[in-house]
Design a protein. Sequence first.
Lengths: 708, 542
Amino acid sequence: MFFLDHIWLIPLLPAFGAAIMFFFGRKLSKQAVDAVCVGVVVLAFLFGCGAVSQYTRWSHDYPGRPFEKILYTWLGSDTGHLNFLKHDGTPAQFQADDGFLLDPLSSIWLLFVTGVGMLIHIYSTGYMAHEGGYYRFFGYLNLFMFSMLMLVLGNNYVLMFVGWEGVGLCSYLLIGFYFHRKSASDAANKAFIVNRIGDAGFLLGMFTIVWYFGSFRFTDITALARSGQFSIGDPIITAATLLLFVGACGKSAQLPLYVWLPDAMEGPTPVSALIHAATMVTAGVYMVARSNALFVLAPASMKTVAIVGALTAIFAASIGLVQNDIKRVLAYSTVSQLGYMFLALGIGAFAAGVFHVFTHAFFKALLFLGAGSVIHALGGEQDMRKMGALAHKIPRTYRTMFIATLAIAGIPGFAGFFSKDEILWQAWHSEGGAYRLLWGIAYVTALMTAFYMFRLIYLTFWSPARSQEVEHHVHESPNSMTVPLLILAFFSIFSGLLGWPHSLKGSNRFEKFLEPVFSREAAPVLAEERPGQLAAGAKEAEHADPWEYILMFLSIGAAVVGWGLARSSYQNASEGYVEPIASKSPRAYDLLYNKYYVDEGYDYAFTGRRKLGDVRLGAMGLGEASSWFDSRVIDGTVNGAGWITRLTATLSTWWDKWIIDGLGVNGPAVAARLLSYPTRMLQWGLVQWYALVMVVGLVGFVAYYAWR
Amino acid sequence: MHSHILSIILFIPLAGALLLLFVPKDNKDAIRWIANIFALAGFLVSLPLVPWFWQQRFEPGFKFMEGGPNSWIPSIGAGYVLGIDGISFLLIMLTTLLGWVSILSSWTAIENRLKEYYVWFLVLQTGMLGVFMALDFFLFFVFWEAMLVPMYLLIGIWGGPRKLYAAIKFFLYTLFGSVLMLLAVLFLYFYNYHQTGEYTFSIQALYKTAPNIFHDPAYGVTYAILLFLAFFLAFAIKVPMFPFHTWLPDAHVEAPTAGSVILAGVLLKMGTYGFVRFSLPFFPDVAMHPKVRGWMITLSIIGIVYGALVSLMQKDMKKLVAYSSVSHLGFCTLGIFALNPAGLSGSVLQQINHGISTGALFLIVGILYERRHTREIAEYGGISNVMPVYATITMIMFLSSMGLPLLNGFVGEFTILQGTFIENWRWAAWAVTGVILAAAYLLWLYQRVFFGTITNPKNEKLHDLTPREILTFVPLIIMAFWIGLYPKPFFQILEQPVNQIVQTVRPGYPGTAGIVNASTSKGAPSTQVTVRLATEKPEGKQ
């Protein structure tokens, strides 16, 4: 059981690569960077395969049990002295381990994260070959792999949060990779801060769970949640799951926090493929799936997840209909497909949601890498209006991208058909009633998906060339880029077979594999289990429903109709072609083209980057107001107190000098002096004066007596 | 050694200052070397404390006690008493480390009146260490006030353009707070005499009598609250808590870099330390009084959000970091008044983290200032093009400051928030917004200074960090990763004192009694409370 016991090495390998790049990357040659950074990810992939295969064998002996490996106590203390009070007043230990968990759910993520990650690393050696900061790019990619694997393999919420914030950081660093461009660093900041808003929700949700269940560990929480102590609709669990979902909305770009993902396309294209399409953005799906035991206890949260997912799906798809930047189309498509996944989770079809994550990882990574190959071939051009007729110039890119388009559009036989159809069917079937509306939304979205994807194919590959200039230096990408495309194309076709539905005489092995995670009967840890209170996640009897076939034909129809519409609109799109939506309704086109003006609205209301008239709202408005308050009112009070002290001191000095000392002390002295003047005259001290007085006196006396 | 280790740590910097007095002031290199050697020695000497303390971390009471009550001025009952617990231990280690780092960072920054600068800096170091070691209130007060003078001079002589305003504001504001505290202490001193018939400033003696005031029919709640407020004012100004914070940005902006590092890293912690060491154990019932506690929490939360908002709009880098301190210290006081083990240990840990991260942030600002003599954000842009190493280190410290997991800030913030949440979820919900805003103001600052292309020709020739400058960051980065990756030792060091305080404030708080009254052999963790849920650890069995 070497691989299982050393499962912690899987995330550590890429972390090691990142550390090498951090310390020595600057001095390494390109070959050395390739060897280290691609090497560690290949090793991680092989390790992951080993671990998963050992796990499947291990689970024969311990059916339904997740494998856990705890390395050490990370947060808090294991001495038993650091406790906190749970909601019922009993103490629980504040402790989160550095521990790893492998079960079918994390196995799937482990495999496709390392697998797709490996291919994208290889692709990047070609794509980034001539870029500056080569080692920096690969260091970040390795750091991302580490964070993503921590997220997936962590055995508790805090460790998941470590990966969660870690992938956010790497996303920030890689979106801002071309940091000279203001748009890139703006997009990076936006991504991080919007994600932080979601993370705040995640944190609060986590605190709620810990306060309620007394543990951070998934196995503890799942066991307790399934123990039957908690009733369905428990308000605390509902609040906790809703808060967790806020986090998921941030990371997985759902309404209303999706705004960062389209801007994230500022990063290099392999990054868009790896982080913003295949892996990181599915972290929210992983988190909700991981918390499925809690979500099924909170029907209100489930409903919210389903509704938000469906609305996001159609909202983003509608924007994607008219975008001209090839990467932006794919970005909105990603947001939309993520909406599908949440819709699946929200209606309790966890396995179907995860299955769509799995297939989506292949075809969406392929689409992005293909788009990267197109951009690479055109020397950096991303505007589809300047492309066209590339099918024969870059045949490998074209063929593989076409396969991915067939997959995402839901053409039968390709991977996306199986996963998307499963979601549509579950949406129709599992709840019924008003939930059929969600099916309707998802169905329209499927139609839109087919349309914008074939629009992309027509504008890029099939329609007449619209820019001679661009076309001159078209060249097919090197093998390091096209071979990953071929491998991904293979999986875009065949990965769907794992989930071949029962209705088509398949066995849906994918769903069976995931059963221990989602089924309430096979709770992983607790032996005694009260069987099914809720059928939300449970599977129905296996006999086929005629509706399933009808819906299947309907969704095939949607794909074909979408293709047809795109064909009629763009087949002959020459220079200066008009978008069909623009010609029908310029207003609607304007609204869609400007993405419903959501970014502008957010800038007015929340960030305060735009002023509403003269008033600045949002965080910056509050910041300005606080700064004013701080310097005027608070510091004004302090300085005022100082000023009053000085004024008092000045007044006291004046009082002291003129009143106390002047009037009180010197005043009497002056008075005495004035009053004493006459007497002083007698005591002048001049002898002559005395003599004069004496003579005058004598003369007086003599005169007096003489005259008498 | 064991019995006098605290005195040695305490007086090494002062000895260095005395020695410097005999060095001719023109011999600048000698002065620099002597000051640095003594600062480093101060740090190295404190290192043996780590293993020694570790062995007795679970034992109750203060460790490494020195001196006795009434040993200094017997006629008034003042004693030279030193002793530490886990809380002061961590703060002392932080002080010796930051003292060394900041003296090292001054090597080229200070040219003017060099000798006096280092003398005052070393005196300051002794003053700060004394505050964290003193277990006699008279002694404590001497250090508390004595340390104001060197800081006043550091700002007033080596500061920026408005240095006199800032220095006087700093001095008077803090002095104002401590005068009321002195009065309150005298009250406790005489109250202790009435209760026990003994005049003493011994803190451990006052611990026994001061809490009785609350229930004493002669005085009662009002007196207890007034006394609490007298202490509160001194500490709240020092922390600083909203709305007593405006001296801080001025002092920081004007102070020399090393002064800012120490000011943010250590001096502010004296306020939070005061709350933990005095306010809570002296007035446990007041601290639990819903109104008082409500006010403390409210001011903390306002500090968190408001500090972050003001920070967002600053145009001066140093002022931005200064206001971010207000926000971060808000987390620390929030954790203290959560009054449970998680909140308190998170708070102390966050105090250490803040010393590391914000200390580093001030060093970072200082490095640009030394090169360009301006801190205006608008003067910069595209700095990562010319100073890549500097940009990388800055990114790491920014991430640590904004609480990214696997770095130190996260551990503290998370623990505080967890502790706060279980008291009242609304408090935590408000505080969490500070986490979002922290990302906003730091990343925006980073974007404006480091990203983009160089637009200001003056920045084109900036040279990257020198080895000495890198060396000042190395210990801080190591600590940031250590606390982020393996914080358990820190939690264990804090367990005993934190549970002790919780027991004092909330007697019978479940799960805290075990360690406090444990007279068991050293290091044996009591297994009184182990709440593992239903399952065993299913370590990979085969």
